[in-house]
Structure formats: C-alpha cells, structure tokens
Design a protein around this ligand. Structure first.
Ligand SMILES: [Fe+2]
Ligand SMILES: [Fe+2]
Length: 215
C-alpha cells in the first residue's frame, strides 16, 4: 500500500509539472478546426446570423453551469450528475408502453445528460487519472462509456413502444449505477486523496469549463 501511494505521488508530481507547462493538447489539434482563407466572407455572414441564437444559448449555459459550479469539487459535481441521471432512469421505469412521447423525451434528456457527463470525464478526469498512474481504471471506465452509448443506440433502434423497452432500461440503469458506484466509491476518492487543494481546484475548473461548452 505504501509503495502504491508512493508511486502515485511521484507520478502526480510529474503530472503537475506537465500541466504547468501549459495546454499541450491545445497546440496540435488546431489545424483540424481551422478555416480556409476563402471561406471567411461567407462564414462572416453566417456567423452574424447565428449570433443571436448563440447569445441566448450562452445565457442558458451560464445559468445551468452556474448551478453546477455551486455543487463543489469536481467529484461532487460528477456525483450530483450521476444522481440526476439515475433520477431520469427512475422516471423512465415509471412509464408504460402507451407513453411513447414521454419515453422519447426522457431518453433525449438522459442522452444529453450522459453525453455531457461522459465528455467531462473523458476530456478531463480520465486523462488526469492516467497521468496519476490510474491507467487501468481510466481505460475500464472509458470502455464502459462505450457500452452506455450502445444502450442508447439500442433504445433508439427499438422504439418507445417495444415490449422489452422497460427491461432494456432496467439493464441500462444497472450498468450506469455500477459504473457510478465504482467512480464515486473507489476510483475518484483514491485519486482525490493524493491531490492538494490547488490540484483539486484545477481539475474542478477544467470540469466546469468542459461542462459549460457541453451544456
Ligand atoms: Fe464515467
Ligand atoms: Fe461518472
């Protein structure tokens, strides 16, 4: 145990060194998103057209993310999101096959919530776990996100009036619940216990920033 903790700590100091070097990930991927020169005037007009929509959406995001930012550290934010997702599952399980519209709406809501949540974990928390020598845990959790997406795909394919809809939702909830439990009870506390206040605040701000753009 002592060796394990030591390993993590020594790895952590290397991870804080690399993060203090700045945003390594920001440099290499620019070209994929950069616009060609000739497209600029057309884009300018198009962008002016969507500016109002963007502004309105920005307000909505700000309200949503401010509510979350008040939830505390990164692990508390993510745990609150787990609870929100599980509550949507419970509403889904309380429907019957005549409530197809409600089922569709709840599935859309769940998809959006899980998508935003997975993005925060995959872009911030799991990479940070890998830097802290928790690669196996990060890879395991990330592969489960793939199966979560598979459930969403299957539910969309089968349609809200399918006779096995509830059974599928129940199985899906079980996977999400076990996944959330592993994060909340095992992996996140183990990771957080070696962090100092500054590192915790840094991960929290990255999770909040990522969630803001996904909200
Ligand atoms: Fe996760
Ligand atoms: Fe999670």
């Amino acid at each position: 145990m002592a060796t394990r903790t030591q390993n993590r700590s020594s790895n952590r100091s290397s991870s804080s060194r690399s993060s203090s070097n700045g945003n390594r990930s920001g440099g290499g991927s620019r070209s994929a998103f950069s616009w060609s020169e000739g497209a600029a005037p057309v884009l300018g007009a198009a962008l002016a057209g969507v500016a109002i929509g963007v502004a309105a959406n920005f307000g909505r995001k700000f309200v949503m993310q401010s509510m979350e930012a008040a939830a505390g550290d990164w692990d508390e934010i993510l745990a609150a999101e787990h609870d929100m997702a599980l509550a949507i599952f419970d509403k889904m399980l309380a429907t019957d096959e005549t409530q197809t519209f409600k089922r569709k709406m709840l599935l859309m809501k769940l998809t959006h919530a899980l998508d935003k949540h997975a993005h925060q974990e995959e872009m911030v928390v799991y990479p940070a776990l890998r830097e802290a020598n928790e690669t196996a845990a990060a890879d395991h959790l990330e592969s489960e996100h793939g199966y979560i997406k598979t459930f969403i795909f299957e539910l969309n394919e089968m349609g809200p009036d399918a006779s096995n809809w509830l059974e599928k939702v129940r199985e899906f909830r079980q996977l999400v619940s076990e996944h959330a439990h592993m994060e909340e009870e095992e992996v996140f506390p183990r990771f957080k216990q070696d962090m100092d206040e500054e590192q915790t605040a840094h991960i929290t701000s990255l999770v909040n920033r990522d969630g803001f753009w996904m909200a």
